[in-house]
Ligand binder design. Structure first.
Ligand code: FAD
Length: 307
């Protein structure tokens, strides 16, 4: 018995998170991938290493439809896996209820075919869950795993979309932006409330732009109206795992740290050498952000970045 993974689709295209979920799921067995999107996304998915077969379907991107489609395929699989994203959080509990299976959610490590590690208490502790059920419904935190390579050529099969209910998806809306996606970005520059204004936050955005980085913010900065809600990083925001995280004027409250535990290197810019984020940083620049950040931008531009 093998693994069925629900691919992450972002605005009709395959999300980079899918290759990470496949890499994680491959530890459980051969992976088939269900791509609820156009055939171009299916062709891209077929290149992900470790994928044995791709199913594509023009199914509606609604939890009812996706759970119904998954449920028609599940008899063949021991594991049904999705990302711990808004899509996975919507679809998988529904599927688990249909199959009468207790799901295991937000997995950050796979210890064995039946033992999974997941964060609890806003990431302040990790619990190991033993799942003795015959079949498993899992959601995986994509940012916790490295992506699978892209050198495969798996076969693609087109599935009919199930007719589910009278409800119809009329439209979806998203913010258009050239800025990298926060959860999968290699570099994230984030700002705190100490930037003092929307204009002050533009300094954080400028540093991010020079580095080609995604932009994050603390909840305090979002609440103050300096940054949009979808930039919030932390317990009640996005979970990120960049190679480099640059925190500009951020204290490092527990709820913020819950979102950056996967960051590989951290640089803190803060005037308080005792701030919690400074203490966990690999490198700290102690001083006024309004002096340090413009100098940093000037040096990076001098070195040819951001042109
Ligand atoms: C249920 C709950 C959920 C929450 N979820 C989240 C979440 O998801 N994400 C999140 O971020 N927060 C969250 N919070 C809020 C969190 O507790 C903190 O209040 C918030 O993270 C603090 O943001 P901050 O670092 O911008 O501000 P502060 O804590 O006020 O820190 C400002 C920092 O800037 C430094 N500073 C000030 N001026 C300068 C300067 N000129 N130059 C350099 N450094 C300077 C200070 O030394 C300080 O370290 C949550 C809170 C609750 C109760």
């Amino acid at each position: 018995m093998s693994v069925l993974v629900l691919a992450e689709i972002d605005n009709g295209a395959l999300s980079p998170a899918t290759a990470r979920i496949v890499a994680a799921a491959s530890r459980l067995g051969p992976v088939d991938l269900l791509v609820p999107g156009p055939q171009a996304a299916g062709a891209e998915a077929a290149r992900i290493a470790g994928v044995a077969k791709v199913f594509t379907s023009a199914v509606e991107m609604r939890a009812e439809s996706l759970a119904m489609l998954l449920s028609t395929l599940t008899m063949r699989y021991r594991y049904i896996v999705a990302g711990a994203s808004s899509l996975g959080k919507d679809v998988m509990p529904r599927l688990a209820a249909m199959l009468d299976i207790q799901p295991v959610t937000d997995i950050v490590a796979i210890e064995s075919p039946t033992r999974f590690v997941r964060p609890v208490y806003a990431g302040n502790a990790l619990e190991t869950v033993s799942d003795p059920q015959d079949r498993h419904v899992l959601t995986i935190r994509a940012a916790a795993f490295r992506p699978a390579a892209g050198d495969n050529d798996a076969p693609v099969e087109v599935l009919d979309a199930p007719a589910v209910s009278a409800a119809k998806l009329i439209a979806t809306h998203r913010n258009e932006s050239d800025i990298p996606d926060l959860p999968t970005a290699r570099i994230v520059v984030a700002g705190g409330v100490s930037v003092g204004s929307r204009e002050g936050f533009a300094l954080v955005e400028k540093l991010a732009s020079v580095l080609g980085a995604a932009i994050g913010a603390t909840r305090a900065a979002v609440d103050a109206g300096y940054a949009p809600n979808d930039w919030q990083v932390g317990q009640t925001g996005k979970i990120i795992a960049p190679e480099l995280y640059i925190a500009v004027g951020i204290s490092g409250a527990l709820q913020h740290l819950a979102g950056i535990q996967g960051a590989r290197k951290i640089i803190a810019i803060n005037k308080d050498a005792e701030a919690p984020l400074v203490r966990i940083a690999d490198l700290a620049l102690i001083g006024d952000l309004f002096e340090i950040v413009p100098q940093l931008i000037a040096e990076l531009e001098k070195a040819g970045l951001g042109r």
